[in-house]
Write a protein that binds this ligand. Structure first.
Ligand code: TRP
Length: 368
């Protein structure tokens, strides 16, 4: 029997039925997107659901300003799962979004309690350097730490005051519903996170513009809570829009997770290490014997090497489709498919790691 599906911000396990999650969480599917909204994550339905995304599409259509806000918990190595969010951030920046990125160092402090300085260093070395290497630009980008919102007093005050004032609009039972066991620290982190999502709309920042929050679907409880709190508040905010992506599969199946180095390929892994990990761990959708594989064909949907290609290593849709068809028909073998993925990963990592060295010199521009 397959394991029961669990998707919460703290735990993701079992076989994930994304259509059921849409129903359970009350999400909407992605609408038909305009031509200029062309990105592999959307074309391949990896970004598969949304709330109020029409606010953003509308702003883009009318040439009006809009924002993109997301947050990261500095924890361990930056891997291909994290790259999903980075690719979206960079795409929105290219579309003209005002970009807000929160380093959730207070949240990390409250859950794991290391010191703020090592969290800061981790956020810069693992996250920011990779974002910049992948193409994030300092213009129109506000990269900040929850513990250090802004050197401009008015802005900083507005952000922290919003978190405090939101406490008036939250109830004990809804915290309980989201968190199970609640603590004062969880409550305060969740209010700060609500402020992350809504403060760009304050007059001290952008004013009332639509803002989209792209996240993994496990984060939706946080979004729901923040939206409910904001709706009841005295502030005249637009609803935050959100989009949800599916989970990058871990090498052994399940989700790529920072806590298990053999489940992910980090963007700082050497090409040789990445090759080893794929050879040794990548779950195969191939059949038990060559004969059976030729006859029945492989299962690209569960094959991790194929999914690595689908999640971005093969940017060309028609090449991807060719690989899909070849594998499904049994003409392409698991070892051959792995070889394709390995070539692509190695090529990507080599280029990316050079870009990381150049990026390291540019991070200062984001840390004013
Ligand atoms: N809680 C998020 C995480 O665990 C991080 C986060 C903090 C965040 N503030 C945010 C995400 C605002 C989206 C929007 O990864």
């Amino acid at each position: 029997m397959t394991e029961k599906m669990v998707v919460t911000p703290w735990e993701v396990k079992g076989e994930i039925d994304y259509n059921r999650l849409i129903e359970k969480f009350g999400l909407q599917k992605m609408p038909k997107l305009p031509k200029d909204f062309d990105h592999y994550l959307f074309r391949r339905n990896i970004v598969f659901a949304q709330r109020d995304f029409n606010l953003i599409l509308d702003a883009i259509k009318k040439g009006r300003p809009f924002g993109m806000m997301t947050g990261l918990m500095p924890s361990g190595k930056f891997h291909f799962g994290h790259k999903l969010v980075a690719d979206q951030i960079i795409f929105y920046q290219k579309l003209g979004a005002r970009v807000y990125i929160a380093v959730a160092d207070i949240e990390a402090y409250c859950t794991r309690k290391p010191d703020l300085e090592s969290l800061r260093n981790l956020a810069i070395e693992e996250y920011l350097v990779n974002y910049v290497a992948l193409g994030l630009k300092p213009e129109n980008c506000d990269f900040y730490f929850q513990s250090e919102r802004s050197s401009k007093g008015k802005r900083a005050s507005a952000y922290y005051s919003l978190a405090n004032m939101f406490s008036m609009n939250a109830t004990f039972s809804e915290f309980k519903a989201v968190y199970g066991k609640i603590t004062p620290s969880k409550m305060s982190c969740s209010l700060l996170q609500a402020s992350d999502m809504f403060h760009p709309q304050l007059p001290e920042f952008e004013g009332k513009i639509p803002v989209v929050v792209p996240v993994g679907v496990d984060q939706d409880p946080h979004i729901r809570l923040a939206r409910d709190i904001a709706r009841r508040s005295k502030f005249d905010f637009l609803k935050v829009a959100s989009t949800y992506h599916t989970f990058m599969p871990g090498l052994k199946g399940g989700k790529m997770s920072s806590s298990d180095p053999n489940s992910y390929i980090a963007l700082s892994d050497s090409p040789e290490l990445a090759e080893k990990k794929i050879k040794k761990f990548a779950f195969s959708g191939g059949r038990a014997t060559l004969e059976e594989h030729r006859k029945k064909g492989g299962i690209p949907e569960v094959d991790v090497a194929f999914q690595l290609l689908r999640y971005g290593l093969e940017p060309d849709d028609s090449n991807l489709k060719k690989i899909y068809d070849e594998y499904k028909s049994g003409r392409l073998l698991t070892s051959e498919l792995k070889k394709i993925a390995i070539e692509k990963v190695k090529e990507f990592l080599k280029k990316h790691q050079l870009a990381r060295e150049r990026a390291r010199k540019k991070v200062g521009k984001f840390l004013r």
